[in-house]
Design a protein around this ligand. Structure first.
Ligand SMILES: Cc1cc2nc3c(=O)[nH]c(=O)nc-3n(C[C@H](O)[C@H](O)[C@H](O)COP(=O)(O)O)c2cc1C
Length: 188
């Protein structure tokens, strides 16, 4: 197969998009973040890469806490709004119904089936962007999304974002068991 050169640009990854939440001046604010990664699992840490000047980051700095909320496909419109409009321009405190967990200051979105509250571990500066690393202190999942004791991907129905610029997708079918199917691999 011939390969087409696309130039030095970011690849068209697909990423689960989240709503990052933080209290700014005592009010919840949420922004859409697609650049999310796992940093480690013991302790459980996640990193979010944000452009400079996001209002939600102000809140994370102010309180030392923030949340990560995984929207279902039914929340596509609300999530997209959080990504189109900044809290610097408009009040986004009512977009989601906020609830609070053990940290007390990280607003989480009731409408999202999976939320995690994080304490701010560190912020790494990359010039135009910065990565906020949070340690997950507790996570919350809708009761009806649990199957055999674990959050079920089909039931969570997460919103998937295709770089660069969309669209949003839903998750497709299960293909195979990870850490298992490869054991039988033989090059043809
Ligand atoms: C689909 C989508 C993905 C986005 N991903 C990111 C991201 O990964 N990092 C980021 O800093 N901004 C991202 N944004 C932009 C922010 O969500 C946007 O600038 C938002 O208005 C910031 O809100 P705030 O200033 O209230 O925090 C994304 C927006 C959309 C629509």
């Amino acid at each position: 197969m011939e390969k087409i050169k696309l130039g030095p640009k970011l690849p068209r990854f697909v990423l689960p998009i989240v709503a990052m939440g933080a209290n700014v001046g005592g009010k919840p604010n949420y922004c859409a973040v697609a650049w999310v990664t796992v940093i480690g699992n013991d302790p459980p840490m996640l990193g979010l890469v944000l452009g400079k000047g996001r209002k939600t980051m102000e809140g994370a700095r102010e309180n030392g806490t923030f949340s990560i909320n995984l929207p279902g496909t039914t929340s596509a419109m609300a999530l997209d709004y959080c990504g189109l409009v900044s809290g610097h321009e408009r009040d986004k405190s009512e977009i989601f119904t906020s609830f609070y967990g053990t940290l007390g200051s990280a607003p989480m979105a009731e409408e999202c089936p999976l939320s995690a509250e994080c304490s701010l571990h560190k912020i790494v500066d990359f010039g135009n962007t910065e990565m906020i690393v949070g340690e997950v202190k507790e996570s919350y999942v809708d009761e009806n999304c649990i199957v055999d004791g674990n959050p079920d991907i089909k039931k969570l129905d997460p919103l998937i974002y295709a770089m660069l610029g969309g669209p949003y997708y839903s998750v497709g079918n299960k293909i195979a068991d990870a850490y298992k199917i490869g054991k039988d691999f033989r090059k043809k």
